[in-house]
Design a protein. Structure first.
Length: 572
């Protein structure tokens, strides 16, 4: 391999394929890496190899200027100039969606300096993960990491045609709602502005005129103009109404992590199971751009991706799902419960698991509430980040969700400012997130600060901030505001006899006042027999994805016990 960037002759000059860029330290020793990449991916990707990170950065700048796509950036750990971690930072600035990895030989993690370098790069979000070098041809462990990188890039940024195309102004509130709903339900889609070449071509091919309303084009020729959420999901083949005259062993209300875990375990253990969800699979967790501390996902996993895997797992076991339906009431009829849905149907069940989660608290500033979906967002997802590339954005909140949102937004925004009412993040945010935020060059944290005003006609243009110590107010420009300031449970629809605490969270187990006659109440059982609560909606629950999944799995053994009580033996 020469000192110049190498590309295969049959791909040189190609401007259609995405690039996999690799900086290799030893042209001879690392020849196997180049061969493996070209043999496995050369037909679909342009493989570019350099001998230094400086050459790699030059190549990335040239590719950016040419408007090319870069899927993966890899660099050999032993490159002399890789100790300057700014290489990966510069690569991320040029191509924020590209997956970045450091190539290391097998066993290198045992060397303290190499391990420290890997941990530092991961901790500062400079790389997504390390990549073990192949040590033989067709090293599938090496290829597993590469293909997982490619899959993640494909879902996030690939220009390849998607199953669903949305055409409209991404800053329009309804366009945002449609794209966000598709993203949180794991439906692959592309978003084109109506005045772009791609948008105009898509509308022309579908025979639709641009009248300012969002248009959704489905694979197979379907066209939806400004569809409702139910129409949108139903068109993709997701049920929005339960089968008539169906009775279930258990109905799970809500499809966040706790509800999905309940569905998986209930269906796998032979219980006929229905999950009713008012909006999107995954609940609030689906809006998390990256969950890094969930067991088993060393590189982290997006909330929507985790939710889709759990949904498919429950579905394979036989669980039924109904989306875009709210449960309006719950009443007992003999030894059954009847849930009345917003679509007018009644569903009968022997047991109920409440997993309705929480809703974000509103900020209470009228001029900002009027701009929700038009620059002001409760929660954060990948949908909004792309529309704010190069803008100044603000995140309100000091918890993990706020930290994850800030880090993801920083990939696109010019600047991200985290606004915290208190004087520290340490009480509410995980240390790994605090470290990453502190290392990010375009993220700032303003303590003892609150948002008291905003401005903008059809779109957020600026904010008024107040220092809670001095009382001083300042006006700042801003195109995006993401609010993650706590939550409230969705429990108003429940009957009065179901006990809740002063904030509306459902009381369970020993927290329920009074002891039921006969069998003692189990840990997750509410004041109503055979009605259980898990996850964030449960009083005193731990607000973490892992704990919600744990509660959702454990509760099914309690459901079994309630549906099939073991007779108490008579006293001798």
């Amino acid at each position: 391999m020469s000192d110049e960037t190498r590309v295969p002759e049959d791909r040189a000059g190609s401007d259609n394929s995405a690039v996999m860029l690799v900086a290799l330290a030893d042209p001879i020793a690392d020849e196997l890496i180049e061969q493996e990449l070209r043999r496995r991916y050369g037909r679909d990707y342009e493989i570019m190899c350099t001998a230094t990170t400086a050459e790699a950065l030059d190549a990335l700048r040239r590719l950016r200027a040419e408007g090319r796509q870069v899927a993966i950036v890899l660099a050999d750990e032993s490159l002399p100039d890789l100790r300057d971690i700014e290489f990966f930072s510069d690569a991320a600035t040029l191509f924020p969606d590209a997956k970045r990895g450091m190539l290391v030989p097998w066993g290198a993690w045992g060397k303290l300096d190499v391990a420290a370098h890997i941990l530092r790069l991961v901790g500062l979000s400079r790389i997504h993960y390390y990549v073990l070098k192949p040590w033989r041809p067709r090293d599938e462990y090496f290829h597993r990491t590469i293909t997982e990188f490619l899959l993640e890039w494909e879902r996030a940024a690939s220009p390849a045609p998607r199953e669903v195309v949305v055409v409209g102004d991404p800053r329009n509130r309804r366009v945002h709602d449609i794209a966000s709903l598709l993203a949180r339900n794991g439906i692959p889609h592309s978003l084109f502005t109506s005045n772009s070449q791609a948008g105009r071509e898509a509308l022309d091919q579908a025979g639709v005129k641009d009248d300012g309303r969002p248009v959704v084009l489905l694979r197979g020729g379907g066209v939806l103009v400004d569809p409702s959420n139910s129409e949108l999901v139903a068109a993709y083949g997701v049920p929005t109404a339960p089968a008539a005259d169906t009775e279930f062993d258990v109905v799970v209300v809500g499809s966040g992590p706790a509800g999905l875990a309940s569905a998986v375990y209930a269906a796998s253990e032979g219980l006929t199971t229905l999950v009713v969800e008012r909006e999107s699979i995954g609940g609030q967790a689906a809006s998390s751009s990256l969950i890094r501390n969930y067991l088993g996902f060393s590189r982290g996993i997006g909330g929507a991706e985790l939710a889709q895997r759990a949904y498919q797992q429950a579905w394979v076991f036989g669980a039924s799902f109904v989306l875009m339906q709210e449960v309006h009431s719950l009443r007992a009829e003999g030894d059954r419960y009847v849930l009345h849905l917003s679509g007018g149907q009644d569903v009968r069940t022997r047991a109920v698991v409440l997993a309705t989660g929480v809703s974000y608290r509103r900020i209470g500033v009228p001029e900002l509430d009027a701009l929700v979906g038009a620059g002001v967002f409760y929660g954060a997802s990948i949908t909004e980040a792309r529309a704010l590339e190069g803008e100044d954005v603000y995140v309100v909140g000091g918890g993990n969700s706020a930290g994850q949102a800030a880090l993801y937004l920083a990939r696109y925004a010019r600047s991200v400012t985290v606004l915290v009412r208190g004087d520290t993040l340490a009480e509410s945010m995980s240390q790994y997130l605090i470290g990453e935020i502190g290392a990010a060059p375009n993220i700032a944290v303003r303590y003892n600060t609150e948002v008291v005003g905003g401005r903008g006609e059809s779109r957020l243009e600026g904010l008024t901030l107040r220092d809670r110590v001095t009382g001083e107010e300042s006006d700042v420009p801003g195109a995006g505001l993401f609010i993650l300031i706590g939550a409230m449970p969705r429990t108003d629809w429940l009957p009065d006899e179901l006990a809740r605490d002063q904030w509306g969270y459902v009381l369970t187990g020993p927290d329920v006042p009074g002891e039921p006659p006969g069998v003692p109440r189990t840990m997750h059982e509410t004041s109503l027999p055979r009605v259980f609560a898990v996850g964030d909606v449960r009083s005193r629950s731990v607000k973490r994805v892992a704990s919600a999944v744990g509660e959702g799995s454990v509760v099914i053994s309690q459901v079994h016990a309630a549906l099939n009580p073991v007779p108490t033996p008579p006293h001798a």
